[in-house]
Ligand binder design. Structure first.
Ligand SMILES: *Cc1c(COP(=O)(O)O)cnc(C)c1O
Length: 330
């Protein structure tokens, strides 16, 4: 029996990366933490490296070591969570505390916290380090809200803190930060989500190309007479004699249980019929010109996320490992 097909367009990721660099007016790194936001770092990162990406960011040392095995020597692989001095000679540590900065002697990135209050040396501390600094970086907390006052506060604090490290390159904007304008420019942008097609400018047209589709096979088509219910909780009742498709995929595969549909089948938007189960979901395909063999449940990541009350980041990173992954343009 077929499983779902998750298709990732590598050339679209590369084009999105170029768009980020063009919009930033400076080189862009690629943030490939959490297995490239669930899409497969082992395929995504080499495609970006082949296109000229020289800087990669991961979250954990294990992610970094795996990525080094994949990419070989050459590109910088920085670990956002950091690691103990000397623990991973092939990787670049991000120094997140004054103590860690003081202990480092190898090339490193100094993370300055300018308002996120999550990781990083406080912006008003004056950390000492003997490490040759490749970059000083900071991370924006509300970049997807251009009017939020904290953006300008963080820009001001970062400028002041980075000035204590003359000649050291700066890394500022994440995906949304790239689109905040000139005050958020730096020597190296750090986009993640935008590479994978998530809209970095919510509320405005998406400047990125879609990257991912998820198609689920129809396991069964059934005639449901008017008045019969479908699925758990009998939450959907056929208002007419209906044709219902049961497809292979559910919340155990990372499809948010709160998603309200619709899917896409035979070129038609098809409503969800009832609740999403662990491994299955049903669609009303009565109006399809032909009985469908597949239903597309993911094309517009942001639309699925919004309907389910979450963000595209979470939808992507939770997509299940049961699906066959296919890569376009590899
Ligand atoms: C995850 C992360 C990024 C990338 O953020 P996006 O919003 O996905 O572009 C950049 N910098 C840091 C420190 C991060 O943790």
């Amino acid at each position: 029996m077929d499983t779902g097909r998750l298709r990732v367009e590598l050339p679209a990721i590369v084009r999105n990366w170029r768009r980020c660099a063009a919009a930033h007016g400076a080189p862009a790194a690629a943030v490939v933490k959490a297995d490239a936001y669930g899409l497969g770092a082992a395929r995504v990162a080499p495609a970006l490296a082949a296109a000229g990406c020289r800087h990669f960011f991961v979250a954990t040392p294990a992610e970094g070591e795996a990525l080094r095995d994949t990419l070989g020597e050459g590109p910088m692989i920085a670990v956002l969570d950091g690691f103990a001095p000397g623990a991973h000679p092939r990787l670049t540590p991000v120094l997140n505390t004054p103590e860690r900065a003081a202990a480092e002697t190898a090339p490193a990135i100094l993370h300055i916290d300018t308002g996120m209050n999550r990781l990083g040396v406080p912006h008003d501390a004056a950390p000492e380090t003997r490490a040759p600094l490749l970059f000083v970086m900071t991370h924006l907390a509300v970049a997807e809200e251009p009017a939020h006052a904290l953006n300008a506060v963080q820009a001001r604090r970062f400028a002041a803190a980075a000035a204590r490290f003359p000649g050291v390159a700066r890394s500022f904007a994440n995906s949304s930060g790239i689109f905040l304008g000139a005050g958020f420019r730096s020597d190296l942008a750090r986009p993640g989500a935008a590479l994978y097609g998530v809209n970095p400018t919510p509320g405005q047209p998406n400047p990125m190309e879609p990257v991912v589709t998820l198609d689920l096979p129809v396991l069964q088509l059934r005639r449901v007479p008017a008045g019969e219910s479908v699925g758990y909780g009998a939450a959907w009742v056929a208002g007419r004699d209906s044709l219902v498709a049961t497809v292979a995929g559910g919340y155990a595969d990372g499809i948010p249980r709160g998603w309200r549909g619709p899917g896409l089948a035979e070129g038609l938007a098809v409503p969800l019929a009832g609740r999403i189960s662990m491994d299955l979901m049903m669609f009303d395909v009565t109006d399809c010109p032909r009985p469908p063999e597949w239903v597309r449940v993911l094309g517009a990541v942001d639309a699925v996320a919004e309907s389910a009350g979450t963000i595209g980041y979470e939808v992507l990173t939770r997509l299940g490992r049961r699906f066959a992954r296919g890569y376009g343009g590899a």
